[in-house]
Design a protein around this ligand. Structure first.
Ligand SMILES: NC(=O)C1=CN([C@@H]2O[C@H](COP(=O)(O)OP(=O)(O)OC[C@H]3O[C@@H](n4cnc5c(N)ncnc54)[C@H](OP(=O)(O)O)[C@@H]3O)[C@@H](O)[C@H]2O)C=CC1
Ligand SMILES: CC(=O)[C@@H](O)[C@H](O)COP(=O)(O)O
Ligand SMILES: [Mn+2]
Length: 390
């Protein structure tokens, strides 16, 4: 199935977002050219078409609207897909060696599934895919003889470290967290935090939703679950350490006591391009670190200030439905916060309450079960938020 004779090809999903834009900007750094066959965006129709024209892509998909709703100009030789079945059809019709999933949120899960079902490797930024359906998606990959390359910076680093040093000798994974913009402010001030303050990440430039998650550390909770699922480690073997500079992207502790780390500037180009290249980037991805101009600090993660960490650990230990609820309730609450209909501390309170309120003992057997739990968790989270503001 793989295209080895000619140049590698890729599809970029979420091409108008932070991951998609970084991917497109970085393509010229790849030593062998990557042909972009298709792109998707959710609502930004003209930007999607402009990117397709400049990259010479042959197809585009608008997942959250119809092209006919916009006065867009699209060349006749670019195939257009939209509507509820648009993305699935495009992934069935257009084959590429690898699909970069840079879609934000739970809708990214279906895109990951269709990618693998159509025999394409997955460069996975959409961490929700693994959090919601880690074992299902891995089975889908296995059945279709496809690989998953994590793009999340920590997991990209962990995969490179584990591949280099051998899984059997690793005793624990040490995941770094920047601590977000509110690492040191008095906790009573969190009530008045605005969306502008919460999305001003100290080291990374990212989409609004993940930036809020970095401020609450729900992102690190999602990453704990992602690491447990991707690398099959028990929660007791997953450490979190605060590292405000975001230069050490993660570390592995070996049984003999040695620790290996992956360092690079806080720039997603390296994990994205490595995943697009099939794991290892042959050329240069990011500028070299200058050790005479950086300092590296590490702090204990304060679980009182960041209760999402303990909540995520309890989800890893529990039923497979719990991570789905964690993710869904958090998405609902973050969107409410960004829309200024709830306060910053309500985000954690909503997720904690949604996990406590529902009966989440159901067995997750297939993707339909996942979507059912996701929908119930969203309804409960909405109820909790409306009760807070009666
Ligand atoms: N940004 C980063 O550095 C990192 C991001 N990630 C993960 O990568 C994913 C993308 O993050 P990021 O790039 O920051 O997000 P952005 O919000 O910047 O971009 C999201 C992209 O997805 C599209 N999109 C939004 N909603 C939907 C939907 N319901 N269905 C299909 N497409 C949709 C958007 O289209 P449109 O613009 O048209 O609305 C846009 O192209 C997330 O899962 C995030 O957790 C992981 C590590 C780092
Ligand atoms: C770039 C990336 O991978 C993000 O997920 C990053 O981890 C966010 O930074 P925090 O460590 O603040 O969550
Ligand atoms: Mn990350």
């Amino acid at each position: 199935m793989r295209n080895t004779a000619t140049c590698r090809s890729a599809i970029i999903l979420g091409c108008t977002g932070s991951i998609g834009i970084t991917a497109i900007k970085g393509l010229s750094a790849l030593s062998s050219p990557l042909r972009i066959r298709a792109l998707s965006a959710h609502t930004q129709a003209q930007k999607l078409i402009d990117s397709a024209v400049s990259l010479g892509a042959e197809a585009v998909c608008l997942t959250g609207a119809r092209f006919s709703d916009f006065p867009v100009h699209c060349p006749a030789d670019v195939r257009r897909y939209d509507g509820p079945h648009g993305l699935r059809s495009m992934l069935e019709d257009i084959h590429a060696d690898v699909v970069l999933n840079g879609i934000a949120g739970a809708d990214g899960l279906a895109a990951s599934r269709w990618t693998l079902e159509n025999g394409m490797d997955l460069a996975l930024a959409n961490k929700e895919t693994i959090v919601m359906a880690g074992s299902l998606i891995e089975n889908t990959a296995r059945r279709n003889s496809c690989s998953i390359f994590p793009v999340d910076s920590e997991h990209s680093a962990l995969k490179a470290l584990i591949d280099a040093h051998g899984r059997e000798r690793v005793s624990s994974l040490v995941i770094t967290a920047s601590g977000g913009p509110f690492r040191t402010i008095p906790m009573e001030k969190l009530y008045d935090i605005t969306p502008e303050q919460a999305t001003a990440h100290p080291t990374w430039s990212m989409g609004r939703k993940i930036s809020v998650d970095s401020a609450t550390l729900a992102n690190k909770g999602l990453e704990l679950i992602e690491a447990a699922r991707l690398f099959s480690f028990d929660s007791s073997c997953l450490e979190i350490v605060i590292h405000p500079q975001s230069i050490v992207h993660s570390m592995i502790r070996m049984v003999d006591g040695a620790v290996y780390a992956q360092l690079s500037p806080p720039d997603m180009s390296l994990p994205i391009l490595s995943a697009l290249a099939g794991g290892v980037l042959p050329g240069q991805g990011v500028k070299a670190l200058d050790f005479t101009h950086i300092s590296l600090e590490f702090e204990k993660a304060d679980e009182k200030r960041f209760p999402f960490l303990a909540l995520a650990r309890s989800c890893i230990k529990g039923n497979d439905a719990l991570p789905i609820v964690f993710n869904a309730a958090n998405e609902v609450a973050v969107h409410a916060f960004l829309a200024r209909t709830c306060r910053f501390p309500d985000i954690y309170a909503t997720v904690e309450e949604a996990l406590a309120r529902g009966n989440w003992s159901q067995y997750i057997e297939d993707y339909e079960d996942v979507m059912q739990v996701d929908a119930s968790a969203r309804r409960i989270a909405q109820d909790i938020l409306s009760e807070k503001h009666v």
